[in-house]
Design a protein around this ligand. Sequence first.
Ligand code: SAM
Ligand code: SF4
Ligand code: F3S
Length: 578
Amino acid sequence: MIETRPTRSLPVLDALPDPSAARGSLDTLDERLAEFRPEEVRRPSFFVWTLGCQMNKSDSEEMAGRLLAAGCPEAGAPDDADVLVINTCAIRETAEAKVVGRQGRIAELKVRNPGMRVVLTGCAVREIDRARLPRRYPAVDLFLRPDEEPEIAERLGLASAQAAVGIALGVDTARTTIVNRTVVSAADMLPATRAGAVAAGAVRRASAISAWLPIVYGCDKTCTYCIVPFTRGPERSRPFDDIVAEARSLAAAGYREVTLLGQNVNSYGHDLPAEPRFDHVRPERTAGRRIERAARPDLAELLRAVDAIEGPDGGPAIPRLRFLTSHPWDLSDRLIATLAGVRSVCEHLHLPVQSGDDAVLRRMGRQYTIAHYLDRIRALRDALPGIALSTDVIVGFCGETDAQYRATLDLLEEVRFDQVFAAAFSPRPGTPAWHLPDDVPAHVKRDRLNGLLALQEGIGLARNRAWLGRQIEVLVDQAAEASVHDHEGRGPDPDPGVGVRVRGDAGATTHPGGGTRIDPAAADPAAPLVPGPGEVRLAGRTREGKLVHLVGPHDLVGRLVAVRIVHAGPFSLRGVTA
Ligand code: SAM
Ligand code: SF4
Ligand code: F3S
């Protein structure tokens, strides 16, 4: 006998509303419908703590944008976040130690919020060290190398079938493959993933006034002390048109200042294919290894293209264009002529020298001489007499003698830089210099650093005094009560920047290329900044990159303001609106 199943009847609502009645909200219907209400999906909140250089700041903007695009709200502080992203720097041991030293505090946060996840990204994450990382950073759940950062949402499981961040952004980002300890694809994806993020609006910019615009990732140089080529991989330039498109979108959004970013921006383009439209480009390298650059776009071409984006008045839509960092190998006459001839390019160049002694430079693998460096400085000052110059210096590198250190001081006296970012040599595991004897004792390194900074303080003061009484244009980007430019200021103990030893002066932390924070406690008694009714304390930069403090109405923030300089300190100026 065939067993018949009982007939299944479909559930029928026994409380159908009168179809002629006006439709109420779900809540006013039969309460048995409640189970059909869609559940609210709560996405974890996130906080990004950024250490290190401008490239890290730019990378953090992209990670924050990707997490926002995945529906995650941004928390105001690490304590309130479900996902804490730590974007690390490894340039010196102290930079890494800062995060290692916070592991206990982060573990406490995780006890308070057991759902909290901690992601460690940036230059402290090196594939070769991957096995050791969990021991070093026990509070961390997920490690991402810099080239894996675009995968952050996918790797946190936030990009489900309903919110496929990579696909929504037009690029499948989750492609990291390691073969015999070599990353074979993720690094090559960075230019494309950036373009996807920009097109989808998934870059959360920290400022509405000044923007970072990465143009080249990685570094092809082989400075023996430096970890960067090992953390960031080889140079990969973004396609020319992608960069111009991003600049166009920044111009449309009203940005007043854009800084083109890369470890060596002036080598931009050498790895891109030659194109007939760049046939006229014949850039030469002025030192270092030879490379074929003909018919490829270069930085000069890029500066011209961004400058040509017109605003409503026919002038450059982005009035201030900067670039960071340049390398003496690629400071060609063509680039210098472009700096002098392009309206929006600011009159400031950051050109790291590292040491004033040829033998030390040789050991550092810098592949130029002091004579070459001075020749480039002369060419720059001939073309742009008012240009401000800044540099990086390392003291106490392996085998540095007193005489070699004094040669660096002599160089500082000769060039008279506006600003010097100096640091003591810190041996980095895995770099060639790790194998050299670190034979300058710590106290000698410290004395040399202090001696150099004292000398530079005098030079900086003298150079700044030359601005007294002058009327200059300041782009105001800070008001005292809030950090307008720099989201880093919201982190737990933000890193002031790479190798920056800025002491005292008006309490503003600076790095080449802009970004300042005001410390209200740092008023100079000689020229106090006292806001009048309706005024606040403000800060901004001149085209030469000089930090200027002033008082005025809050609505000056974001504006180019004429300022008369009334006081000069070694690291900053004071002015009054003219
Ligand atoms: N690409 C730039 C250049 O050509 O010099 C610099 C980029 S690096 C991220 C910033 C600065 O960190 C360097 O200019 C150097 O002065 C400093 N630096 C790098 N490695 C260092 C180390 N092991 N110890 C101390 N300072 C270091
Ligand atoms: Fe480091 Fe030298 Fe590259 Fe600068 S150029 S990032 S100092 S290896
Ligand atoms: Fe990396 Fe920048 Fe630090 S490239 S090591 S975060 S200075």
